[in-house]
Design a protein around this ligand. Structure first.
Ligand SMILES: [Zn+2]
Length: 193
């Protein structure tokens, strides 16, 4: 009997983790590539898991999006800029977060991004869409970002000992904006150097 219960418990654990991976069982609204009308990636490189870094960005432009449609427009414009103007294979970020608190799939958990030189192959890059130099993103966007990081840890894509950083710590850039940078510097596992 005990053995049977253990089997049931083991199965429940397996099903729970499989569901989170395959059915986008997230605590926020998750918008996959099909849902925002992404163009196909022109190439991809597998990202080794778990990664050691989480790098936070802002888009600066496009500005904050507050509805699903505005955020879809922002995602398409960022992907177009990255593929057609920058000549990258895809939108640079692994994920983007809208001001309405939804998470948009960029290159996702399993592909190397193009967002922070020197860190791409060992990080997940998350862009909170908008200009966060002087103002903070909406609370919903900050919460979704924190939840996304925790889910990445629980799914094994992000190391439990990850280091959280802002893009400006990797490159000569003001990204992710001073207001947002000051905010993330208070979050768990942020490291200043
Ligand atoms: Zn950046």
């Amino acid at each position: 009997m005990t053995r049977f219960i253990l089997h049931v418990l083991a199965l429940a654990v397996i099903l729970t983790s499989a569901t989170a991976k395959s059915l986008n069982c997230y605590p926020f609204s998750f918008v996959d590539r099909n849902q925002w009308g992404a163009e196909p990636a022109k190439g991809q490189t597998a990202l080794g898991a778990p990664v050691q870094f989480v790098v936070i960005h802002h888009s600066y432009q496009p500005g904050v999006c507050l509805t699903r449609q505005e955020c879809i427009t922002a995602m398409r414009s960022m992907q177009s800029f990255h593929q057609n103007d920058q000549g990258w294979v895809d939108i640079g970020y692994n994920f983007a977060v809208g001001g309405e608190g939804s998470v948009y799939e960029g290159r996702g958990w399993e592909n190397v991004g193009a967002h922070a030189v020197g860190y791409n192959a060992q990080s997940i890059g998350i862009c909170i869409i908008g200009d966060w130099i002087n103002v903070l993103p909406p609370r919903e966007a900050l919460e979704a970002t924190k939840q996304l990081i925790q889910i990445g840890v629980s799914l094994g894509y992000i190391s439990p000992n990850y280091v959280l950083m802002g893009h400006r710590q990797a490159s000569d850039t003001e990204c992710p904006g001073s207001a947002l940078f000051n905010e993330i510097s208070t979050w768990d596992q942020f490291r200043r150097d």
